[in-house]
Design a binder for this molecule. Structure first.
Ligand code: NAG
Length: 276
């Protein structure tokens, strides 16, 4: 049997080692307790993939994307690994005195602001997404003048939104979204402009699900991702350009004329707001 010699320590050395150990243990304890608190406080969740949708409310490709594609993340479980942000501003422009001009006219400015207000009033995705989905579903079926009917079935108070719009908060939010959209690097060229973890998907945006799965580095990968990855080869082959609203698109196509004339028949509430 080999007897290892005991290390000889001076009393001084012993004390400093003990002190060192104590500091070491305390640091770990503090780190263990504090870091989840910090993570919660800053909304920082290491494993989540961030998807930001820059869009405008009346671009038909945006409503199609929200209603027929983006909504899938709630069904296939991808929402659990997703930090989803909506930025309703798109190709609008800021003119003198911070006036905002929207690509598809004043009713688009109104609905952009309504959706911005909804996000502000109900910051939880689970609360504002259904409303935005409802409104965009009406846009998709060319019935967006009925947008005020979206609140009641969802149990949301429309007065909060009309106050936000009429009280100037909505304008403030739109200017904030304008700054955010105009600061994009690379700059957005059209809408829908889908950005996953800081990288735009360009015209391949309808394949956003596979980008989310690829970007995810956590351990709780949803089952939908394995299905996607087994289809990846086909998906890659299926990649093609999806239609978009370009910034310089003329707004005088027949569809937009229909939309414009629909503005005339808007409800009095909407007219009142447009006049503010
Ligand atoms: C901008 O606002 C100022 C102050 O309200 C006003 O005097 C000016 O006429 C406005 N400019 C335009 C182009 O509307």
């Amino acid at each position: 049997m080999v007897v290892l010699p005991k290390p000889v320590r001076s009393p001084m050395e012993n004390r400093s080692t003990r002190l060192h150990n104590t500091v070491w243990t305390c640091s770990w304890l503090i780190l263990l307790v504090v870091s989840p608190l910090l993570a919660t406080a800053s909304g920082w969740e290491r494993d989540k993939v961030e998807l930001v949708l820059y869009y405008e409310t009346l671009c038909p490709y945006c409503s199609n994307f929200i209603v027929n594609h983006l909504v899938k993340v709630f069904d296939n479980g991808l929402i659990s690994i997703l930090d989803l942000k909506l930025v309703p501003y798109g190709n609008a422009r800021i003119g003198v005195n911070d006036t905002i001009t929207c690509q598809h006219g004043p009713s688009e400015c109104l609905l952009n602001t309504v959706e911005a207000c909804a996000i502000d009033i109900w910051p939880e995705l689970n609360e504002h997404f259904p409303l935005i989905y409802y409104i965009e579903k009406l846009v998709y079926s060319h019935e967006y003048t009925q947008w005020e009917s979206c609140f009641e079935p969802l149990g949301l108070d429309s007065k909060l939104v009309s106050d936000c719009y009429a009280g100037g908060r909505g304008k403030e939010l739109e200017l904030k979204y304008a700054a955010e959209t105009n600061a994009l690097q690379p700059p957005h060229q059209y809408v829908p402009w889908v950005v996953v973890d800081g990288k735009p998907l360009y015209e391949d945006y309808e394949n956003f699900l596979s980008y989310i799965c690829e970007a995810y580095s956590g351990t709780a990968k949803p089952e939908a991702c394995s299905e996607l990855s087994s289809n990846r080869v086909q998906l890659r082959e299926a990649r093609k350009s999806h239609p978009v609203c370009y910034m310089k698109e003329k707004t005088s196509s027949p569809v937009f004329e229909v939309m414009r004339s629909a503005v005339e028949s808007m409800t009095s509430w909407t007219k009142m707001l447009l006049d503010v």
